[in-house]
Design a protein around this ligand. Structure first.
Ligand code: PRP
Length: 209
């Protein structure tokens, strides 16, 4: 694995991944699990945010510590990335959320852009792309392309499950983008699905399978 790839080994993540993968897990539970795993992955992805010294007055005196210095934008890739937004916002409620719409053409497996809601110029210091699936890696590569063209300087990717191929493709195309994941599976099938994976994260969240 490239050095900028972080696969969470936390037992809570491993346990929740088993429930998420299970075909018996219905959409309500699937959405809850996505949200909970997103909290843990997002937390890890933001461990190197810059801070600055600050003081605060407590009821008993003055305390010194650190406060966040960087502004963060979460960039979910529609549709499946939506399932990670609540979890990410629960630990960083003041982050901005900018949506990018991409779907994968079923024949070519190439991403097609259908929506992009970004302000004229970057308003944040760090962009965290949210997409639970990194299959061929095509969607993530295009999302980062869009953010770089927009002028984003510091971009990270937070996902839930990936194929080895997807990780390699994103790392090769954007070696400056660290990748945070809960699991990596060995292969893709002919239809471009991660195997054994968890199925289609968009369909399983929204009951559209
Ligand atoms: C899925 C998934 C990723 C993409 C991953 O989206 O949510 O965005 O495919 O595949 P890739 O790495 O090969 O590009 P999909 O196109 O099914 O759209 P959806 O999220 O709207 O269901």
């Amino acid at each position: 694995m490239p050095s900028r790839v972080h696969i969470l080994s936390h037992p809570l993540v491993q346990h929740k991944m088993m429930l998420l993968r299970d075909q018996r897990t219905e959409p309500k539970k699937f959405r809850e699990l996505m949200r909970e795993i997103a909290v843990l992955v997002t937390c890890e992805a933001l461990t190197d945010l810059a801070t600055e010294e600050a003081t605060v007055v407590t009821p008993l005196g003055q305390a010194s510590g650190y406060q966040l210095k960087e502004r963060v934008g979460f960039v979910p890739i529609l549709r499946a990335g939506l399932g990670m937004v609540d979890g990410a916002l629960s630990i960083m409620p003041n982050a901005e959320v900018w949506h990018i719409g991409l779907f994968r053409d079923e024949q070519t497996l190439k991403p097609v852009e259908y929506y992009s809601r970004l302000p004229v110029s970057p308003t944040v210091d760090v962009c965290l792309v949210l997409d639970p699936m990194l299959a061929t890696g095509g969607s993530a590569v295009v999302a980062v392309d869009i953010l770089k063209r927009w002028g984003a300087s510091r971009i990270k990717f937070a996902g839930i499950i990936a194929s080895t191929e997807g990780v390699q493709r994103l790392s090769m195309a954007h070696p400056d983008v660290p990748i945070y994941l809960a699991a990596v599976d060995d292969r893709l099938n002919e239809a471009g699905f991660i195997v054994p994976g968890l199925g289609d994260a968009g369909d399983r969240q929204f009951g559209t399978g």
